[in-house]
Design a protein around this ligand. Structure first.
Ligand SMILES: C[S@@+](CC[C@H](N)C(=O)[O-])C[C@H]1O[C@@H](n2cnc3c(N)ncnc32)[C@H](O)[C@@H]1O
Length: 256
């Protein structure tokens, strides 16, 4: 099995400021489905707790799992700051066996797409199925880079993604360029993180390459059926009436 993609260093420390996943406004969508099927929730690849922390603060019972110690440490800091409690598990989402069975498993932030091949996706979804209660539901988020595909370009130049001004006049700049392979359905992102000191001089530079793959929605639904999920429905843009046609963000809800 290949090594998992590890968020670390500046990429982990500034994930919340740089990644912009909150722009998808997805928390309400997850809450709606959890409320419809109350019980414990596993936040798979929970990262810094973008969803786990507000859910725990609002009284939901959430357990987080992630492979990055640094992302989990930030998640723990944010939970402590809120005075909330959640169990956090350091593990690989491809193969995990948990003693607890969950009413809900959520995989937000398109994290499954960091898994390199379909065998990894299958292992991950089978692990999700195994840890769900008999009437449990899985919420799996998927990202389709339609704008990049429609642009006709296969790669971009590096451009500034985000500038974060810190205390003491320090700053962090995140740059990104991409290459896309529509046949292989792989998007390769090259992320550069630069930290500048108070005098504006570069003091740290970190470069990371990340590959995201996407799988046609029909194939995902078929795979869920093969694994044993009784039914699944896809929603576009984290809306209950969201059309999946033309949506870059899709969430599949699958019932055991
Ligand atoms: C884009 S972030 C999303 C984080 C969070 N779910 C959110 O929505 O903000 C992807 C997360 O997946 C985690 N991850 C990647 N590969 C993983 C693996 N094989 N097992 C567990 N976590 C993994 C990363 O460490 C990272 O925290």
């Amino acid at each position: 099995m290949s090594l998992p993609y590890k968020y670390e260093g500046l990429e982990a420390r500034f994930f919340d400021e740089v990644d912009g996943l909150n722009e998808f406004d997805d928390l309400g969508f997850y809450k709606w489905f959890i409320d419809a099927n109350p019980g414990s929730t596993l936040d798979l690849a929970c990262g810094t707790g973008r969803l786990l922390v507000p859910l725990a603060a609002q009284g939901y019972e959430v357990v987080g799992l992630d492979v990055s110690e640094e992302m989990l440490a930030i998640c723990r800091e944010q939970l402590d700051r809120e005075g909330s409690h959640s169990k956090l598990i350091h593990n690989d989402m491809r193969i995990f066996h948990l003693e607890q069975a969950f009413a809900n498993v959520i995989v937000p932030g398109f994290s499954i797409q960091l898994l390199a091949d379909l065998a990894d996706w299958k292992n991950c979804l089978e692990s999700c199925y195994r840890c769900l209660k008999s009437d449990g539901q899985l919420l799996l988020s998927l990202y389709y880079p339609l704008e990049m595909l429609e642009s006709g370009k296969t790669e971009s130049r590096s451009s500034e993604r985000k500038r974060v001004n810190l205390a003491n006049r320090e700053s962090v700049v995140a740059l990104q360029s991409w290459k896309i392979d529509s046949k292989e359905r792989r998007l390769r992102l090259r992320n550069v993180y630069q930290k500048f000191d108070a005098k504006g001089e570069l003091c740290i530079e970190e470069e990371k390459e990340m590959e995201m793959r996407w799988v046609e929605l029909s194939e995902v639904m078929e795979l869920l059926g093969e694994i044993g999920f009784a039914d699944s429905v896809a929603y576009g843009d984290f809306l209950l009436d969201g059309d999946v046609d033309g949506a870059e963000a899709v969430c599949v809800v699958a019932w055991k």
